[in-house]
Design a protein around this ligand. Structure first.
Ligand code: BG6
Length: 486
């Protein structure tokens, strides 16, 4: 049974309360925390949208969004409690009018932590923060949560950070990167810093290279308007993949406190080598098939009739200029419409310095694989002797830790942890302003160069592992993508 750490009563106010993120992630996450008994009496959830919902209509809307989560007698009982927490305020957050309705729905300060969650397009973060301030809602008990991407380049990120920072103190601002809430990602912190085994080996003396792959089978999922202006680099690399890189590469922080962890991540972001020529392959999926089902290409899915140069796949080789990692390439790749959904971090160790087994013994270097999803776990590949008399034949075998087999508890969704961390006031798993800006500073020049250039992303077949050039990117260095994936 997972341990539940109680939180104080709170108000969650979700802008974009009827949108995709709220219905697919935020409301189910809050429901599950209620199911597990973490949400205290008196906690309230307010959805803000332009829809003309009264409370009953909103409750019906959420009920249908929660769908199968409500199956079973226990869930039905929790739903009665949860639905009583739900409120809806009709408000156009893009207008200055009507904010007194929100203030009066919330009522006078109750001493509750008040979380304003902006599940909206980033261009509204600044204006909404300003209007919250004007409505007297940005007091000391208020916290502001903003989703990635924070801007689309360094200048726009700075503008957003300035705008929200003019109303809320940095300590009140929680910038979500939901990858940091994933169980397996937090486990990476546990694996590295709760075991003494890895640390002496965790450097360029013993590690040959690192691979980070986040492969998805989904395509646009109805988000064409956003995605076609973003692309895989802004959508996934600038945040999720760089955050994973930081957790793999950072020095041991002095404590788990927010600033200790974020200071170490920041040092990695600042130590990234500029992306050189040929270090990046961008791709865009064409038509293909995934698990036997035909899927259209990106252009067809966009259905604008205008060719798009947006990348849906990217592979890159990056270097970290510090003592620990000099000369160790980190290969990152992420893409939509890949062969299967799989995210993992592969740490490839160096071969033994000298083989006593002679040529042809098939010695393979050790490899540590951290599976983020699905089937979260850790595999360490070791060389062993094949059983049997006569000769000494070697075989690489996996030492396999599957979290699902080891722990009989439900694995919470990333948002469950993060939403409660905001209430608890624990920003360790959120991005600080300087991290976001350092990530944009590093990736921005490359994005600008592509946008100014004329090179189209390379086509790849949906249901594959990206363009051939991505294979060539790593093979040029005499390495291959982790074979169990590719
Ligand atoms: C989001 C991206 O941040 O992460 C999406 O905007 C992507 O494009 C999603 O699909 C992937 O998250 P997960 O948790 O399914 O790996």
């Amino acid at each position: 049974m997972a341990q539940i750490i109680p939180v104080a009563p709170f108000d969650y106010v979700v802008f974009g309360g009827t949108g995709d993120l709220a219905t697919r992630k935020l409301l189910p996450a809050l429901f599950h925390r209620d199911f597990d008994g973490q949400i205290p009496a008196g906690a309230r959830i307010f959805a803000i949208s332009r829809k003309d919902f009264d409370a009953a209509a909103y409750v019906a809307f959420v009920k249908s969004a929660l769908g199968s989560s409500l199956a079973g007698a226990d869930a039905a009982a929790v739903w009665r409690r949860f639905s009583a927490r739900l409120h809806h305020v009709t408000l156009d957050a893009q207008s200055d009018a009507g904010w007194e309705r929100l203030a009066s729905a919330l009522g006078p300060p109750t001493g509750h932590v008040r979380v304003f969650y902006l599940a909206t397009s980033p261009q509204f973060y600044g204006p909404i923060a300003r209007r919250l301030g004007q409505a007297g809602l940005a007091g000391d008990d208020a916290r502001l949560v903003v989703e990635k991407p924070i801007g689309s380049d360094l200048a726009s990120a700075r503008r957003i950070n300035d705008d929200i920072g003019a109303v809320f103190a940095e300590s009140q601002i929680y910038r979500i990167d939901h990858y940091l809430g994933k169980e397996a990602v937090q486990n990476l912190i546990a694996m590295r810093f709760a075991n003494s085994l890895f640390e002496p080996l965790w450097n360029s003396l013993w590690i040959d290279h690192v691979q980070i792959t986040v492969a998805e089978t989904v395509g646009l999922e109805g988000r064409a308007g956003y995605y076609d202006t973003a692309g895989a680099v802004r959508d996934m690399v600038q945040n999720h993949l760089l955050q994973l890189t930081c957790l793999v590469a950072m020095e041991p922080p002095q404590t788990l406190s927010a600033d200790a962890v974020r200071d170490e991540k920041l040092k990695i972001l600042r130590a990234l080598d500029p992306l050189g020529d040929g270090a990046v392959v961008r791709g865009q999926y064409g038509a293909g098939a995934i698990a036997g089902t035909a899927v259209p290409g990106y252009a067809q899915e966009l259905a604008t009739g205008v060719p798009s140069r947006t990348e849906t796949f990217v592979a890159m080789r990056l270097g970290i200029a510090n003592w620990r990692w000099a000369g160790v390439p980190f290969y990152l790749r992420t893409g939509k419409r890949m062969a299967r959904k799989a995210s993992e971090i592969v740490v490839q160790f160096k071969p033994v310095p000298h083989s006593i087994f002679g040529a042809g013994a098939g010695l393979l270097a050790n490899r540590l694989v951290v599976r983020l999803q699905p089937d979260e776990g850790i595999t360490l590949r070791l060389m062993t002797k094949e059983p049997g008399p006569g000769g000494l034949r070697l075989r690489s075998v996996p030492l396999d830790l599957s979290f699902a087999d080891t722990f009989s508890t439900r694995f919470p969704e990333a948002y469950e942890r993060l939403l409660m961390d905001v209430v608890r006031g624990n920003p360790t798993l959120f991005m600080r302003r300087d991290e976001v800006e350092a990530a944009w500073s590093w990736i921005g020049p490359a994005i600008l160069a592509w946008e100014r250039g004329s090179e189209a992303p390379k086509s790849y077949v949906a249901g594959g592992w990206g363009p051939a050039a991505a294979t060539a990117l790593i093979e040029r260095d005499g390495r291959t993508w982790h074979e169990e994936l590719a």
